[in-house]
Design a protein around this ligand. Sequence first.
Ligand code: FAD
Length: 298
Amino acid sequence: MNLQRLAGPGKTSSVSFEFFPPKNADMETQLWNAIRRLAPLRPHFVSVTYGAGGSTRDRTHATVKRMIEETQLKPAAHLTCVGASREEVNAVIRDYWAAGVRHIVALRGDMPELGKSYCAHKDGYQSTAELVAGIRAVAPFEVSVSAYPEKHPDSLSLDHDTEILKAKIDAGATRAITQFAFDHEVFSRFRDRVVAAGIDVPIVPGLMPTTNFKGVARMASRCGAIVPQWLSTLYEGIEDDLESRKLVASAVLCEQVRVLKEEGFDEFHFYTLNQAELTFAVCNILGIKPEPHNSVTA
Ligand code: FAD
């Protein structure tokens, strides 16, 4: 599929955007600038992360609440079960429902101590599949879960990861959002693998639109994503040149969606890092144009 066909008539892609809850007033301004820019693209949903071990519980809640009150966006609140009892997690689920949230991204989470192996809370949900079932028992939320096309760092094998994903879907999740990856074959191979295992929910590729290559490489090494050599090579020599990095990043992202569309993907999840520019540009390339009456005035 060439660029002409990508932007031309045909099945419109569906997109979703991830944000993180701001820590201070400046970050709040940055987040809302990004939301104002991206809301007119009418994403299928926007998701708001939950800091490690629930550290942003109140900020995540405040962010999704403000989205509900001030925009037409449909927020999906992330929720982890690490380090909390079932009752504590259920209280957060009930608060989300009361605030008008109807979609949760259910996650296990990581231990707060960096590098410590996972250990479930003794009175807590013992797995993400249990958490998914717990959320659905509290209220009829839509539930999305994570997936790891290049294997989760704790994983014994991709087969085991697939079993874990299947258990989460069997428990009631209806969408899997993947960890970010850069090689399109990674997404296609993974989709084929999970489809062969009987998983029939949308597998939504997670895409990382960033100009900070060093930062992404650091993040990737922590979460098991592979930074291919061709990507490092593209950024060589432009470490101090933001404008060139922006152009390279948009070319990378554009090529990713072009090939993924060709391979049959039509839902994409963007890890915006609370920045709109690249995501906005690539959505335009996907044929998703802003609709002014969906703008956010707040
Ligand atoms: P699961 O999918 O439940 O498990 C991940 C892997 O752990 C499995 O594939 C398997 O290898 C292993 N595993 C799980 N259960 C078992 C078992 N019973 N026995 C043996 N091995 C097992 N983190 C946050 O803190 N906040 C967020 O908001 C957040 N959002 C995310 C959004 C997305 C789309 C993704 C992909 C990740 C996100 N994370 C977030 C990171 C996530 O919390 C970590 O990757 C965590 O280590 C795994 O959580 P999970 O729900 O993905 O785990």
